[in-house]
Design a protein around this ligand. Sequence first.
Ligand SMILES: [Zn+2]
Length: 464
Amino acid sequence: MSEPKALLAVHGHFYQPPREDPWTGEVPPEPGAEPYHDFNEKITAECYRPLAERCLFERMSFNVGPTLIAWLARHDPETYRRIVEADRGNVARGVGNAIAQSAHHTILPLARRRDKITQVYWGVKSFQHRFGRHPRGMWLPEMAVDLTTLEVLAEAGLTFTILSSEQVRGSLTRGAGPYRVRLEANAYFTVFVRDRDLSNQVSFAMPSLGPADRWAAEVLRGRSHLTLLAMDGETFGHHHREGVDFLERLLHPQPSAYEVVTLTEYLRAHPPVEEIEVIQNTAWSCAHGLARWSTGCACTPGDSRWKLILRAAMDLLSEEIDAAYLDLAHGRIGNPWRLRDEYIHVVLGVMDARSLLREFADRPLSAEVEQRLLRALQAQVHRQRMFASCGWFYADLDALEPRLVIRQAARAIELIQEATGVDLSDGFRRALALARSERTGKTGAQIFDEIWASRPGARPPSPA
Ligand SMILES: [Zn+2]
């Protein structure tokens, strides 16, 4: 008898920050992306399009961030269509291989429960809009996890997520699992565990590994359980030029070497039996709890204290935006949080904002009040985008990604001002004053002022 064949699953997390200017909805030209207009275009050419053309989405597990897939639908409809078709093909053969992602790449354990609910709900609805079915699994941004987040996923009808081997405690004798994680009382959630070392070899040492199928056959030899490689999808073609060929060979081994499966396919035949524990407030890309996105840590060089200041400023601003929204909704909208959740249908362009508002209004609203409520709701969208984790991921404050989230904050401030007359800009500016860029010496307040002064509404009217 020959030994059982090794099983391999590969999961790609495909994501870009929301690069769109919050005023125009268009992505401005991005320095460094040349000869492309911006990084979405560059990474589409290097990664998303070739992977789709070679039908590689069909053979892997994947998630595409809701804001990225919205961009693809608009700017590269053919690639978008191929990605959706990849999942449909798997559905036709049994079970779809795409999973959802919470909406804006928020570090969910750092978000309040109400925001977790909104992020997860918006992620589920976006997935349904794109793939035409309810998702089974959800990708957690940066794999950042706590039990409340898993509970929110379970309440949204999701059944599994993916974590990294260093984020769990217990015996991993079944490789990638899946395993059970105990929530409250008798509720459980399913977790696949990626092989951290092998995943990192692909992500960071690909050029030294040789042909992918030979490398995989070698490292999987003797393993009878499922092994999961999970990494950023951009590893293939963007971070490593040879990555598209690497992935193609990885997913098409000699029949005798190992077998490639998707996570959903495997889960259907192998429900979880053994239990493991989740180490809360951990992530795959920071060894210091969640400090990379909160207090700052050694993951990024230099003085990272600006991260704490930026987060505190965003948290404070969120509370003020929420207070203004609740004030405006008081006596008019019975369930303002539910309204916020359902507003995703307006964002997706499948529902008219006024019709939605009328569904939630306790009594007929004047056109003027409707207009103000709609602005406050749109502010809630930008308030969610303020927390895209990329804003905190890198070393310096005065860089593209922190500016992206501060721009979202500025737009939210402007909309709240239009909706309620309340000006939140002074408080936000003060809260950012102590954050400083080592690279350019600019403070967070100066960066905000640059953005604030250059917004379309700030331009003085041209003389008649
Ligand atoms: Zn760290």
